[in-house]
Design a protein around this ligand. Structure first.
Ligand SMILES: Cc1cc2nc3c(=O)[nH]c(=O)nc-3n(C[C@H](O)[C@H](O)[C@H](O)COP(=O)(O)O)c2cc1C
Length: 308
């Protein structure tokens, strides 16, 4: 699959396909199930300073065309992640790259997690999850341009590793937030996180999800993900990772044509753990059938009509 490799942030990704944060645990959960080390990489579950127990059930439910989740960023916290989870990744993934998804309540907390991991081995860089409340301002980091800029600047000062900011789709114009991240020193963007949603159990007259609302993901969000990835990629020079609703190679290729250099697959893994492996195989087959030597020839290659 030589045509699929991508050189980004000073390293070679053997494939553009990564597993999305929160859908592959810390990697070990997929051990023996799929050939993890043959993928482009994985993004870990969010890591916060202290362990988080997550929300009360139900935490997930099926929706037409996908799922809704409100896990509540349950995770083992910085110390256990560093002591127990990273060594496994370091030992088992020699070709696939690892991005650590980082979450915090404050700029300080993000920066402390990054500083606490930075000299460890077993990962390439960080994916900063800004779809979380900023305790200081009360808004989400990702919907408040000032807070977002401050956060990215601080993380940038804390590490020389790649800093990729995972944007929320819940903003009027994602291009504005993409530029804020680039100007603050981000090395890349991941687009997109989940959309807010709610389901109601009609007979019980109660929300299905314990947290009342949750994030919607899966095939239902594919067109929004492609559009927002295209908008973001148009606005910046830094690489973009396309996320949202990918199930097939053609889904992934749409993100690439829209401007994504890499893609991530999440919800589809719950239907078929092999989805990511199949997607990368299908992408390679497409390149061959179209006589395209290299995937990078397709990045951002969507041709718009003259009247657009
Ligand atoms: C169960 C679940 C847990 C998730 N946890 C995280 C997380 O910890 N951090 C994060 O940035 N995104 C998280 N996400 C969002 C996904 O990484 C991804 O952005 C989103 O699901 C859209 O991709 P998909 O349609 O392929 O699932 C989670 C998604 C799901 C379904």
């Amino acid at each position: 699959m030589a045509g699929l490799s991508q050189r980004l942030w000073g390293v070679e990704f053997q494939s553009p396909v990564l597993l999305a944060s929160g859908t592959c645990g810390y990697g070990a959960e997929y051990d023996g199930l799929i050939p993890l080390d043959d993928l482009g990489g994985i993004v870990t579950k969010a890591v916060s300073l202290e362990p988080r127990p997550g929300n009360l059930p139900h935490r997930v439910a099926e929706t037409p065309g996908g799922m809704i989740n409100a896990i509540g960023l349950q995770n083992v916290g910085l110390k256990r992640f560093r002591d127990e989870k990273l060594p496994w990744l370091d030992e088992h993934l020699t070709k696939a790259h690892v991005l650590v998804n980082v979450v915090g309540h404050t700029v300080e907390e993000f920066s402390t997690v990054v500083a606490g991991l930075d000299d460890a081995t077993g990962f390439l860089g960080y994916e900063i999850n800004v779809s979380c409340p900023n305790v200081k301002g009360g808004t989400l980091f990702g919907t408040d341009a000032k807070a977002l800029s401050e956060l990215v600047r601080r993380v940038r000062q804390t590490t020389a590793r790649p800093v990729i900011v995972k944007l929320t789709p819940n903003v009027p114009d994602i291009a504005v937030y993409a530029r804020v991240c680039e100007d603050a020193g981000a090395d890349g963007l991941s687009t997109i996180n989940t959309f807010p949603g709610m389901l109601i159990d009609v007979e019980a007259r109660r929300p299905v999800i314990g947290n009342v609302s949750g994030g919607v993901s899966g095939p239902a969000i594919l067109p929004m993900g492609i559009y927002l990835t295209w908008r973001a990629a148009q606005a910046v020079e830094i690489p973009v990772i396309g996320i949202g609703g990918i199930r097939t190679a053609f889904d992934a290729l749409q993100y690439v044509l829209a401007g994504a250099s890499l893609v991530q697959i999440g919800t589809a893994l719950f239907v078929d753990p092999n989805a990511a492996v199949d997607v990368q195989r299908g992408m390679a087959a497409h390149l061959e059938s179209q006589g395209v030597a290299h995937l990078s020839d397709l990045v951002g290659a969507v041709e718009l009509p003259n009247h657009a």
